[in-house]
Design a protein around this ligand. Structure first.
Ligand SMILES: Cc1cc2nc3c(=O)[nH]c(=O)nc-3n(C[C@H](O)[C@H](O)[C@H](O)COP(=O)(O)OP(=O)(O)OC[C@H]3O[C@@H](n4cnc5c(N)ncnc54)[C@H](O)[C@@H]3O)c2cc1C
Length: 465
């Protein structure tokens, strides 16, 4: 028998978009039901994305540090050669995920959000049936927030299964592959490829574009390319992957030559696509924008009181974008006057070294003579040298308007620069001018001093260069 349920707000998907929307709805006193059919609260990001990948990247970094010490060391520290039991590493990572799953569950409970585990299928814009272990529940809502997220793109000639894996399987391997081929040189492939190289795998990357991380400008990606070269990662740029069989991946090189690459595992990371199929979206009457659900600056779809947040709504497909949208939608439903109109959504690649990009980059301002661009290298920052982060070609770059000095974009490449990303975004969001950063006393010794110095440099008076 189907149970019937009525609620003010129904959220589909408990990823960073959906669960944050749920908590905020609860805080605002809205009767809210959150439905998720995935593996755990927190969606892709918490279970098979941001958090597990950063945990594995962290473990790989530790392993590499010990391996370096075993190889002679550079700091007067030596050690015996490290060994890794990847099963234990994965168990440690799973423990973090479980802890955070429980944390999200507790926060939703505190906010009095009712969580239903099961897959939702929409009959019309405001009604869905959820298949749960205890039977079907038909839910009708005044407001629906769609937060169904995204899934990895599969190549038809290289379907997932066996030794052809997506990032999800890569984060739960029981041993480090001897030979790993990564198809797709975007941020997910590179983050994982670099981590497995640090853990001792022989890694090759096959990328169709002429360089890795093609969405970032070349100056930002050069230090990462250098790291790959120095660590023996084989790069096949301008190349196309073909089929896989008997431990060999066929590729066609830039020159059109066929080549076979040995591989124990082939990790396919050629992108993610919005999850729009298989849950009745077609019955809801919402307009699409290409493959994504179309929304306006309030995250409203074309159907009244149906809202959409997160990866489902388009680029950038980043966790923090979805949560920010989720908060906005909850507040709008509660009657607040809000729009989702960020000045910048910073993006980070947790590669080696790391990359941050916020606001306009050099490609966005190419050909404009009304902007100033200044770069300050980490090689001239004491803190960077003291933590071995000054010698990989890293820098902070500031782009500002020539006339009023308003900061338009900030980028950085270097170790640990992910931690600077919020300071970049804050300055952009607050409409800061170069003088605001230049006039802020930056703590010494920190990596953030490079942002200060890059701003001073734009004003013509950097101190340490
Ligand atoms: C390996 C990897 C690393 C990443 N690293 C980062 C990073 O460092 N930083 C960053 O910002 N982003 C990162 N991302 C991207 C990030 O994970 C996504 O942007 C984010 O998870 C999107 O959140 P979302 O709420 O839109 O959807 P999702 O997190 O995808 O959640 C959607 C949820 O909806 C559920 N669902 C879907 N349809 C239904 C239905 N019909 N019924 C019930 N439940 C349903 C799914 O099971 C899922 O739990 C990474 C992604 C991957 C794969």
């Amino acid at each position: 028998m189907t149970q019937n349920l009525k609620t003010k707000v129904l959220i589909i998907g408990a990823g960073t978009g959906g669960y944050v929307a749920g908590i905020r709805c609860g805080q605002l006193g809205l009767d809210t039901v959150l439905v998720d059919g995935g593996d755990g609260l927190g969606g892709t990001c918490l279970n098979v994305g941001c958090i597990p990948s950063k945990a594995i990247i962290h473990a790989a970094g530790k392993f590499e540090t010990v391996a370096k010490a075993a190889g002679g060391g550079t700091l007067g520290i030596t050690a015996a050669a490290p060994a890794i039991d990847l099963k234990q590493t994965v168990e440690w990572k799973d423990g973090i995920v479980r802890k955070l799953n429980a944390g999200v569950a507790a926060l939703l409970k505190k906010a009095k959000v009712r969580v239903i585990k099961g897959w939702a299928n929409f009959e019309d814009a405001k009604t869905c049936v959820v298949k749960t272990e205890d039977g079907d529940i038909r839910i009708t809502a005044e407001h629906v927030i769609l937060a169904t997220g995204s899934e990895p793109v599969e190549l038809p000639f290289l379907p997932f299964g066996g030794d052809v894996i997506s990032s999800t399987e890569a984060l739960s391997l029981s041993e480090v592959p001897k030979k790993l081929v990564v198809v797709g040189g975007g941020y997910i492939g590179l983050e994982l490829g670099i981590a497995f190289r640090k853990l001792g795998a022989e890694v090759a990357i096959v990328e169709m574009a002429e360089r890795i991380l093609p969405l970032y400008d070349k100056a930002l990606t050069d230090p990462v390319a250098k790291w790959l070269e120095n660590h023996g990662v084989e790069l096949h740029l301008g190349a196309r992957a073909g089929g896989f069989g008997e431990g060999k991946l066929s590729i066609t090189t830039r020159d059109g030559e066929p080549l076979q690459l040995d591989a124990d595992k082939v990790l396919v990371t050629v992108g993610r696509r919005p999850r729009t199929q298989g849950w009745g979206l077609e019955n809801m009457g919402v307009a699409m924008a290409g493959p994504f659900v179309k929304i306006d600056n309030r995250c409203a779809t074309s159907m009244k009181n149906v809202w959409a947040v997160g990866d489902l709504t388009g680029e950038p497909m980043l966790a923090h974008k979805g949560s920010a949208q989720g908060e906005v939608v909850a507040e709008i439903i509660a009657g607040h006057d809000r729009v989702f109109d960020p000045v910048a959504i910073a993006a980070v690649c947790f590669t080696e070294p790391e990359i941050v990009s916020a606001g306009l980059g050099p490609n966005d301002v190419a050909g404009r003579d009304d902007v100033i661009q200044s770069v300050f290298p980490f090689a001239a920052i004491g803190r960077a040298l003291a933590i071995e982060a000054g010698e990989d070609g890293g820098f902070v770059r500031v782009i500002a308007s020539k006339s009023d000095h308003r900061i338009l974009g900030v980028q950085a490449v270097g170790q640990h620069v992910s931690e600077l990303s919020n300071s970049f975004a804050q300055m952009l969001e607050m409409g800061a001018v170069l003088e605001d950063v230049a006039g802020t006393i930056h703590v010494h010794p920190t990596l953030g001093e490079a942002f200060h110095e890059a701003s001073l440099r734009s004003l013509g008076h950097a101190i340490h260069i």
